[in-house]
Design a protein around this ligand. Structure first.
Ligand SMILES: Nc1ncnc2c1ncn2[C@@H]1O[C@H](COP(=O)(O)OP(=O)(O)O)[C@@H](O)[C@H]1O
Ligand SMILES: [Mg+2]
Length: 259
């Protein structure tokens, strides 16, 4: 698959930090998962978080969201230390939204009912809610399936509903946890375009996207970070990573190519 991104933001005019982790470590029952992780996610970038299954990508997302508190280290959003802030404060004060690895939708509600349910929480005015729901249905081409229960949708359609729900609050930071999982080639391509469009719609929006498979993610990332063995082993633009000896040794292997 070729690179679909029309442009890459390789040099940021103003490198504004959106999310910063400083020396974060975490253990589950004495088993260390993350060891001394420091990273920056910049305003307006699509940042890929790569790493093998079980390395701690979802855990890192949960630390950013506020679902898990690290044993050591700090989490900053917009340069504010949020390490001790609860999840709802982070979501509201910093306009943070998540597309979870699995689920993310109410399976017994239709696509439309799912969107309505979230809109009632995040949008106060009724006419704004109706407008936003219609916008999402058209943006994600959900009209043919709007009255179908989420449990009967295909994986790709369900993912679209889940992303539409996470966008309802117009978030400035979006975390997507393995959004390409289980999608066929066409749906993957569709989703890649959707994600790139999220960035072109609002140039200040930051997206962090995790995946264990590099190809689909690197095609749309401005920058990526590779986690392996509890640590960040490499970070940089996709082309920098493909030439990085550490990244090759521990993650890509010798024969990996993006095209
Ligand atoms: N609540 C938990 N209690 C104990 N171990 C956990 C918990 N959540 C995740 N883990 C373990 O932490 C490691 C990292 O998990 P995870 O962040 O889900 O990995 P990834 O998303 O990269 O596949 C795994 O070994 C997993 O079994
Ligand atoms: Mg995960």
């Amino acid at each position: 698959m070729g690179i679909i991104k029309k442009f890459r933001i390789t040099t940021f005019k103003k490198e504004v930090n959106k999310i910063r982790l400083k020396k974060v470590s975490l253990s589950f029952h004495k088993r260390q998962i993350l060891d001394d992780i420091s990273l920056n996610i910049r305003e307006g970038e699509i940042c890929g978080l790569l790493g093998p299954n079980g390395v701690g990508k979802s855990t890192l997302f949960n630390i950013i969201l506020g679902l898990i508190k690290p044993n050591y280290g700090n989490v900053f959003i917009n340069d504010t230390d949020v390490t001790n802030l609860p999840i709802y404060k982070r979501a509201i004060d910093f306009s943070l939204s998540v597309v979870p690895q699995s689920g993310g939708v109410f399976s017994n509600l239709t696509s439309l009912e799912n969107l309505k349910a979230i809109s009632e929480i995040v949008i106060k005015k009724k006419n704004e809610r109706i407008f936003k729901i219609e916008k999402m249905i058209s943006k994600f081409e959900l009209d043919p399936v709007k009255n179908i229960k989420a449990k009967y949708l295909s994986g790709g359609q369900r993912k679209k509903v889940s992303i539409a729900m996470s966008l309802m609050s117009d978030p400035k930071i979006i975390l997507m946890d393995e959004p390409f999982q289980g999608l066929d080639i066409m749906s993957t391509r569709d989703l890649q375009e959707t994600i790139v469009n999220l960035q072109t719609e609002d140039i200040k929006r930051s997206c962090i996207i995790s995946d264990h498979a590099a190809r689909d993610l690197l095609a749309i990332s401005d920058r990526a970070i590779i986690l392996a063995n509890k640590k960040i082993v490499a970070e940089g633009t996709p082309s920098e990573l493909l030439n990085d000896i550490n990244a090759k040794n521990v993650y890509f292997g010798d024969s990996f190519k993006i095209n």
